[in-house]
Design a protein around this ligand. Structure first.
Ligand code: PLP
Length: 520
């Protein structure tokens, strides 16, 4: 056993029973931080601005009457505030982030450098087209790569996230069906799907019909065929699916969907497992969103920014949202209105062209990897997940024994009778310095633990992670339930009331009544 793993397994549990109280409330160099409004020292300001020269207002009486209510802080206070907040955040730049279905992989710094080039970062979306030829060429090149990798003839780049891409895809499908004079009412969604899939179908006015999984964690083909009637607009399938498995009957699934006159939508959020190896068009897919922020490594999390381009088959291309970038006689041209070739477009889904910064990063990622490098990405993502599957298969309980794709799924059978829940087990990882894996998703597995190591983790990093999980599983077997139920014991905050946080979130700071009176 290495010094490192000994340190992990010989946790001084007795010390933790006594809470450490400090004078400041800080722990070690973890500094408690008040809200910026609570740090208000009225009159303080980080900048000295001269009073503006008198000017004529054109607000017609709509001028603000009172103070805006921003807190007064000096520059060092602001810097410390945001630095301390950033130190509370766990990020892929801090360590392994095995959150299944999220593809938290390293974002190469080269991409950042290129995204900051003034020709991309400083342009304005309303600049005349003739002054942004380089940016348009970049968008066109990105579209070319995405079309090549998916095998699809058209790509809509503007959607701002995976879920937004789903909306784009299902709206295009609805428009295509309406173009055929058909009003279909149901969308089939496998039980293992990401929650955004049924939400999208429902938001577009469809009834969501769940398709059960078979015992191998894949779509039950018989159950799917039973549901495929003439009122089905589309099947929304994720491939590889959220159990981390390739849908190996996908060609039959596509044939059945098409035979029913429906469209085959694929949630391509997990494309990093197959990029460069399989072209979705060859699988019979009509429409698929890609999460640039996952597969092509642009920073994400914490609400964005994301980018969810949608690849479209020829039958759906006429309905792609505006704007379109087309090759005209004079070079690249923007089609911004529903007329001419874009007569059937579903309209605009987003202001301007989409997430330009993400486009630059994604293309930088693709071009620096090259076609062979992208294929290697998929191979390494699958290899890393399978490394963990094999290392941990005897300690945690594998939901499906088969070889997996980019993520490996465990269920809670290994916790049975130990009085420890999946949540307890995941929280214990925080004490060990790891962000937990995704838990309780997908729903088709009891007490799911979904681990996605991603392709950018080294073997050493995965070996360490596996050693920690093995040690924790050994603690489960030894009956050390207290350790898990109390976790996290070492984080700046202990366990939160997650139900109250979700149901009764406090989203707005209000000043103490005494402060309001004092200010009046
Ligand atoms: C399988 C799957 N589908 C859809 C989404 C939604 O993507 P986004 O969070 O960009 O809206 C995700 C997000 O990670 C996902 O994993």
């Amino acid at each position: 056993m290495s010094d490192w793993s000994r340190a992990v397994s010989n946790h001084p549990a007795e010390d933790l029973a006594t809470p450490v109280n400090t004078i400041t409330g800080n722990r070690g160099l973890q500094i408690e931080e008040k809200l910026i409004f609570e740090q208000d020292s009225p009159g303080h300001c980080g900048v000295d601005l001269v009073d503006p020269r008198p000017f004529r207002t054109r607000l017609g009486g709509l001028e603000r009457q009172g103070a805006i209510g921003l807190p007064g802080l000096s520059e060092p206070q602001v810097v410390r505030h945001f630095t301390r907040l950033s130190q509370k955040n766990y990020a892929i730049d801090s360590g392994l982030y095995p959150l299944g279905s999220c593809t938290m992989k390293h974002n190469p710094r080269l991409n950042e450098k290129l995204a900051r080039l003034p020709g991309f970062a400083d342009i304005h979306p309303l600049q005349p087209v003739s002054t942004v030829a380089g940016a348009l060429a970049l968008i066109d090149t990105l579209a070319h790569w995405l079309k090549t990798l998916t095998g699809m003839p058209a790509i809509a780049l503007s959607p701002g996230a995976g879920a937004h891409g789903e909306l784009c895809g299902i709206m295009s499908i609805r428009a295509a069906l309406e173009g055929r004079g058909e009003r279909r009412s149901r969308v089939l969604v496998p039980e293992s799907a990401h929650g955004t899939n049924p939400a999208t179908a429902a938001a577009c006015g469809y009834a969501v019909d769940p398709v059960p999984a078979n015992p191998q964690g894949r779509v039950d083909l018989g159950a799917l065929k039973d549901r495929l009637r003439t009122d089905v607009a589309a099947l929304m399938l994720t491939n590889p699916n959220t159990c981390g498995l390739f849908e190996n009957e996908i060609l039959e699934i596509a044939a059945a969907v098409h035979a029913a006159g429906a469209f085959f939508y694929c949630d391509g959020a997990n494309f990093n497992a197959i990029v460069g190896r399989v072209r979705p068009a060859d699988l019979g897919i009509d429409c698929m969103h890609l999460n640039l922020h996952k597969t092509f490594s642009t920073p994400h999390g914490g609400g964005g920014p994301g980018s969810g381009p949608v690849a479209l088959a020829a039958s759906l291309a006429p309905f792609a949202p505006l704007p379109w970038l087309v090759h005209g006689a004079g070079g690249l041209e923007l089609v911004e209105h529903k007329s001419g070739p874009a007569e059937h477009a579903i309209g605009r889904l987003k202001g301007f062209h989409g997430q330009m910064g993400m486009f630059v990063r994604a293309l930088a990622y693709m071009m620096s990897h090259g076609a062979d490098g992208l294929r290697q990405v998929a191979e390494d993502a699958v290899l890393n997940a399978n490394y963990l599957r094999v290392r941990l298969g005897a300690d945690l309980s594998l939901a499906f024994p088969d070889r997996c794709m980019h993520e490996v799924l465990f269920d809670d059978r290994f916790l049975k009778d130990a009085g420890i829940s999946t949540l307890d087990f995941a929280k214990a990882l925080i004490d060990e310095g790891y962000h937990p894996m995704t838990i309780y998703f997908p729903l088709v597995v009891h007490g799911a633990l979904l681990i996605e190591p991603t392709e950018t983790e080294s073997k050493a990093s995965l070996a360490q992670f596996a050693a920690v999980l093995k040690a924790l599983a050994a603690a489960v077997r030894s009956g050390d339930a207290a350790r898990f139920r109390a976790a996290p014991r070492l984080a700046p905050r202990r366990r939160l009331d997650e139900t109250a946080a979700a149901r009764k979130p406090v989203l707005r700071w209000r000043p103490e009544p005494s402060r309001v009176l004092a200010a009046q």
